[in-house]
Design a protein around this ligand. Sequence first.
Ligand SMILES: [Zn+2]
Length: 299
Amino acid sequence: MKVELENLFSIDESNQDQVIKVYNRYGIFIGAPEIRKRNLKASFNPIFTLNEEVTYEQVAALYKSLERELGIVSIGERFYFDFSDSEYEQAPLFTLNSTGNSPEMFVDDKGTLFSISTYCQHCGLMEKEQLSPIVIDTTEMKDRHLVHVSGYWIASQELVALMEQEDIKGYELLEVIHQGTEEGKQKAFQIIPTQVLPQCSNERVKLYFATEQPPCRCGLSGVINGPDIYKNEDLKGLTGDVFYSAEWSHDGRYLYRKTLFSRKFREIIIKNNISREVRGEKDKNFGPRDWLFDPVLLK
Ligand SMILES: [Zn+2]
């Protein structure tokens, strides 16, 4: 697995060589950027790999130099985790990160009951407990097989039938409540994993954005977690295909637990043409209806 960092900012085109020199001075060798002119500024989006030679501490120092020497502030940052083919081939479990490179994979909650409590006094993250079935306008699912509703996965009847037919195990179903017009409504089901995975290994990569507020002391806000990584022995003897992670994730406001699926589940989705096989966000196959599964790493 490789961690890549993308920087996004605008420069005056005449500054291009100087900007590249500053990167080089910090041991980051990037080519001339693809210049896309907007007004008098050019956007600059270098992507480079972080490793022992190029650490994030160096990058944070680089930002200070760019600001001091060239007046460049507000640098956007984006991390990518790039997995090797063997990591895809060996992973027993996958984290489902997306069911389509499109806003249509998200459907709005229309009034599910939750009990909400504060989880962290410092950053204000909240914990929520679901008290009713999920309420959505099921016509918004259209012909999608799996949509995301505020931290939960909602499956179509066809997907549920396929999961049953293929003997996928380790979940319960809770039918959603439809709210909206009668025409075009459909049955849909929340997938609720019945098992929680063991804790991730403490070797999991944890990152933060130097250009944003430092991470909160709760260890959640402001922390970018790398891929799920497990001790091999902890996953031995695991049965079933659908799991919650032990660790909390959050959407900036509420905590939730990520859902992980077995290799078998991923293969069924690809075999039945529900999604093409996608390897990473930058894969050309990651279209509006394709599912992005990241492999868990073993150590
Ligand atoms: Zn916090």
